[in-house]
Design a protein around this ligand. Structure first.
Ligand code: SAM
Length: 355
């Protein structure tokens, strides 16, 4: 067997391991809102392995060290701390493999950048893409009633709203934010309803940018087609959100029987753009943002990483712009923001302190 073949075989086994562990973890975790799986906060290393038993051998200790090294590589490159179940599963999968081969593979991974395809495959498996339209109704109401009026007032001269969903997964949040902006503009008299579309008045515009580490998620976001399968994208869709969608027919080969598919309408899609971006990068992909959402991702990161990401987000924002992190994530860079507490949780207004 060539070295490449060995590495490929191991990677395949690893992906299967991660997938299985994911399924196990999802089943064991509470449903929506908590995030799914393998990327859930992990237990301390001492509680982590079936190997920490009296019969522990030199081989098993070395194996555990290698797996920890790999997991540390994930955390350094992507911020995600893989969970205990993933680690246990990997131990089981790799325990009969020649240590030398495994060591070579982990070493070769260590020398690769986060953009390398091997890391990308691994991160596709380790990331949680759970999301849906109007995910947090209280937050969405606060967005429409408090945040959007603040932003429209801020931008009444420039007449442009620039929005960034950092970790947008399959795109639902980006379309929510765009639709919410257009509705707020209509309420303020800056957009009107014309032939079923919300059309900005002359000079006004919305630009919404979605980024994620997962190419798979970004593909779905760009296609903007969602099925009404069970607890999917539409589990929480309010009636007045429905004008954003049109029915669409999917080729039978790609469709799940019995599922109806809906596509985001062109008048919303044309305000959006999606790109791959790793939150660990300290240079933002866009500047001058008025509204930044970074929800349900920092919960998987340790505090120093959260702080670095929040600093990067502050760098991307204009003074007066608003950052939303979700209720469970603490603001760790208060020097750049003023805190507000609304009916749907905390939001942060960027001050003019330079980052
Ligand atoms: C649970 S989803 C959250 C989606 C959406 N923000 C929401 O609240 O519904 C988390 C997303 O974070 C992405 N992610 C994880 N680590 C990342 C990183 N280092 N850089 C960019 N995106 C990352 C995952 O790929 C996943 O799509």
């Amino acid at each position: 067997m060539t070295q490449d073949k060995k590495v490929n075989d191991m990677l395949t086994q690893m992906r299967t391991a991660v997938d299985t562990a994911r399924a196990v973890t999802s089943a064991a975790m509470p449903a929506a809102g908590s995030g799914k799986l393998g990327a859930a906060p992990s237990a301390p290393a001492s509680s982590m392995s079936a190997l920490n038993k009296p019969a522990e051998t030199t081989h098993s200790r070395a194996l555990l060290l290698l797996i920890n090294e790999l997991m540390a590589g994930v955390e350094t490159r992507f911020g995600i701390k893989p969970g205990t179940l993933v680690e246990r599963k990997l131990v089981r999968i790799f325990k009969d493999m020649p240590m030398e081969t495994l060591r070579d593979w982990v070493e070769s991974m260590n020398n690769c950048s986060p953009d390398h395809s091997e890391w990308q495959s691994l991160v596709e498996n380790l990331t949680v893409h759970e999301t849906y339209f109007c995910r947090d109704p209280d937050l969405m109401n606060m967005l429409g009633d408090e945040i959007m009026p603040h932003l429209l007032n801020l931008r009444k001269t420039q007449k442009q709203l620039q929005i960034w969903s950092a970790a947008s997964s399959t795109g639902e949040e980006v379309y929510d934010l765009t639709f919410s902006a257009l509705r707020a503009m209509q309420k303020a008299g800056y957009a009107r309803l014309f032939e079923g579309k919300l059309v900005p008045e002359a000079g006004w515009g919305v630009f919404s940018f979605g980024t994620d580490i997962s190419n798979q998620a970004l593909r779905t976001a760009k296609a903007a087609v969602y099925g009404d399968l069970g607890m999917g994208s539409f589990r929480n869709l309010p009636d007045d959100w429905k004008m954003m969608f049109e029915d669409v027919k999917i080729a039978p080969a790609n469709a799940v029987p019995g599922v109806n598919y809906f596509k985001i309408r062109e008048w919303v899609r044309q305000c959006t753009r999606f790109e791959r971006f790793n939150l660990m990068n300290n240079r933002p992909p866009v500047m001058g943002m008025d509204l930044v959402f970074c929800r349900n991702v920092l919960i998987y990161f340790e505090d120093p990483v959260k702080k670095a990401v929040q600093t990067m987000l502050a760098r991307a924002m204009s003074p007066g712009g608003v950052l939303v992190l979700g209720a469970s994530v603490q603001m760790l860079v208060p020097a750049y923001f003023e805190s507000r507490l609304g009916k749907g949780g905390p939001w942060y207004v960027r001050n003019d302190t330079r980052v």
